[in-house]
Ligand binder design. Sequence first.
Ligand code: BDR
Ligand code: CA
Length: 347
Amino acid sequence: MPTVFADVDTGVDDAFALAYLLASPDVDLVGIASTAGNTGVQQVCRNNLALLELCGATGIPVSVGSALPLSIPLRTAEDTHGPTGLGYAELPAPTTQPSGFDAAEAWISAAHAHPGELIGLATGPMTNLALALRADPELPRLLRRLVIMGGSFEYRGNTTPVSEWNIAVDPEAAAEVFAAFGAQSGALPLVCGLNVTESIMATPQILARLADAAGSPTTEMSPQDVRGTRSTATNPLIRVLEDAMRFYFEFHFDQGEGYLAHLHDPFAAAVALDPSLVRTRSATVDVELHGTLTRGMTVADFGAHWNRPPNAAIVVGGTPQQSAPLADVFFERYIARVAPFARRLAS
Ligand code: BDR
Ligand code: CA
């Protein structure tokens, strides 16, 4: 059974990723680290605890991470994810508490408790992971694999013209993580950048398919709806996912991308559980820290110009064996797992 540790800045799409992990019957989610990013770290922690409660999984420890990036002030993204990070979703205040561990310690103790077994998933800025690597440089060799949602490869950024959000919030941390994996033998981190994750587009039709498969009648969302219209789904998990997603749809719509949303983090979660979903290219990745226009850019050396060992397996697409586009394969899988889970929660 895959043993997973997730470091998240929940976040609408992080919430969808957690739902996927919790819904996957073959996964042992041994810890969740809260990282500052889409919103402040205390709010991220509350979101994680509240989601676990909604999903009947309060036994999973949630740790609190650093309130700030390694060396710059924190920026947050309430414009993208809503005032609490969960769009329009309103979850009751959690009745559980975070674990006594700091998130960096939680990374280290999870890796030592499951040597060679742990799958790490990072879907937020990598502050906690960088701090964990400073404290225990052996960490890369202890992990079975690490999957990162972050960066953008031969593709535009979403925070600056060249930088992706998770890297832009804490570029120093990202640079330290890539450097640490270059310095150690072990599996290369699988890196899901915008070049692939922006092709994973959720639409109202896909959300309606999810609700339908969960046996939860709903009203399909539409760009004509009054902003902030609440879900009519009867299933509590589907309702939260829809209320969260509506905000994310509205954000993307306002960006001129259509009434849809990129599901970066759930896609990375799916890759974490099953890397055979994707095709990768190995490269040496470094993060630009000094450029006046390009700070936070993930630069991939595919041609060995730097003469440094590869430190990343960059996800570049689906596999030739897949008969459908990668996004279709992903959403098929997402609905097949999350819908029955939502049904079970309501029964
Ligand atoms: C990443 O940025 C965040 O806003 C999302 O949660 C995702 O992890 C995409 O750039
Ligand atoms: Ca995220």
